[in-house]
Write a protein that binds this ligand. Sequence first.
Ligand code: COA
Length: 288
Amino acid sequence: MAITVEKPEADGLGEAVDALRDWQREGSAWQLHPGDLGWFWQFGAEATAAAVRIWRRDGRILAVGLLDGADLLRMTTAPDARRDEELARQVVEDVIAPERGVLPLGRVSVETPKDTLIRDLLPGHGWHIDEPWTPLSRALSEPVKAPDLRIEVAGPEQAAVRAAVQRAAFDGSKFSEERWHAMASSVPYADARCLVAYDDSDNAVAMVTVWSAGPGKPGLLEPMGVHRDHRGHGHGRAITVAAAAALQELGSSSALVYTPSSNVAAVTTYESGGFQALPEVRDLARDA
Ligand SMILES: CC(C)(COP(=O)(O)OP(=O)(O)OC[C@H]1O[C@@H](n2cnc3c(N)ncnc32)[C@H](O)[C@@H]1OP(=O)(O)O)[C@@H](O)C(=O)NCCC(=O)NCCS
């Protein structure tokens, strides 16, 4: 049976999310998480569907990709399809031929787990290694001690505060209340929580969104940030620990996060929150 690639309709996204949930497991190489789709959902279900790519054989989903911005395809495969030669050849053909519409024209990077055959094949087509990212993980087998800061779950009533802290944490962020509601309406958000931290003067100082992939599976932090006026007081560490505690409550086996290695403040903050850096991962890039 040939492998096909498709862009799902919005009502077909649940199937891609289910596949991604199913594929998460402890000890597996860093890979696209259902929370990444949930985070992207801030742009709406239609936009998320337009950004998702699904590869199938005989109806079964073998790989899922998310075009995360104009120039990055993040993708992963079913655990038993990592070395599937037919799949790898098809994915490579799809991403190197812009006329197929799987990837846009110009400079593009592809993120795929390090044990996929796709990673071995792409460099033969002129793709090169891109900037390093650091995945970090915190095991949740031991109870996580709650941080010494007031942390609240942010629901619809706190969407404006949650969005404002994010804009204050990330330069150029346009995250809004509307985007929060779009994100919170996503399929993966059923297993997610937004947390906001408040200091002694009741300022909202930090936020995080955590995404469970179901009990016994790694959960994801995306995004995490501290208000630029309130940095350097341990709030980054506190919200990171709170994120781990929230994922533990949701049944996750570990908490995972991913950041460019150049973001030293973030890597240090996660380590300070009990996360351990895993070997760096690098995307493969094609210049324009
Ligand atoms: C990264 C960030 C969350 C840190 O927040 P913070 O409240 O200042 O961090 P903390 O005060 O809790 O510091 C935690 C640790 O990181 C270290 N750290 C913080 N900023 C640092 C910097 N710019 N350079 C080096 N180390 C830094 C602290 O020294 C501390 O280390 P220690 O525990 O070993 O003493 C904040 O800078 C931020 O929001 N950045 C923009 C958003 C972002 O990059 N988010 C993460 C990626 S998703």
